[in-house]
Design a protein around this ligand. Structure first.
Ligand code: FEO
Length: 174
């Protein structure tokens, strides 16, 4: 059985992962509207991954006999200056998610809730991967530049990454 504090924090995390999914789906729409199909496809896939993060939490809460509660989700921003801004915002957002996971781990440890502590280790590892992934994309995009040719190369790189993910069985093909 989960304590009220842990349950509230897990439910908040469900909400945050849902928001992440909507944020990346909205960003994918922005990319497609600018002709950046590779970026759009990649972010659409990533939106599906975030949904999987959400369901994992949702199922865990249910398995403990507690009630998963869906809260309201803020609408994501719809307009961006550039693809560089999109990737910067994604990286910042992932850092925020990492902080929320770390806080959950702290509380689970303080409450001696070892089951939740153990469950959260998957998210700790996942956040390391997500931060690394989006930081490397951001750094590459900044290196390539923002002129027409640069944008084309960024989009081609993202298309390749999206196709590799599809080949590896990632959810959420466009
Ligand atoms: Fe579910 Fe990208 O963190």
């Amino acid at each position: 059985m989960l304590s009220e504090t842990i349950l509230e924090k897990l439910n908040n995390q469900v909400n945050l992962e849902f928001f992440s999914s909507n944020l990346y789906l909205q960003m994918s729409a922005w990319c497609h509207s600018k002709g950046l199909e590779g970026c759009g496809d990649f972010l659409r896939q990533h939106a599906e991954e975030e949904k999987m993060h959400m369901y994992r939490l949702f199922d865990y809460i249910n398995e403990t006999g507690s009630l998963a509660v869906l809260g309201s989700i803020d609408a994501p921003e719809t307009d961006y200056e550039s693809i560089h801004e999109v990737f910067r915002k994604i990286y910042d957002h992932e850092c925020l998610i990492t902080k929320a996971i770390n806080n959950l781990v702290d509380v689970a440890m303080a409450e001696k809730d070892y089951s939740t502590f153990n469950f959260l280790q998957w998210y700790v590892a996942e956040q390391h991967e997500e931060e690394h992934l989006f930081l490397s994309i951001l750094e590459k995009a900044e290196m390539i530049g923002a002129d027409g040719r640069g944008l084309y190369h960024i989009d081609m790189e993202m298309k390749k990454m999206s196709q590799q993910r599809m080949a590896a069985g990632a959810p959420g093909g466009a």
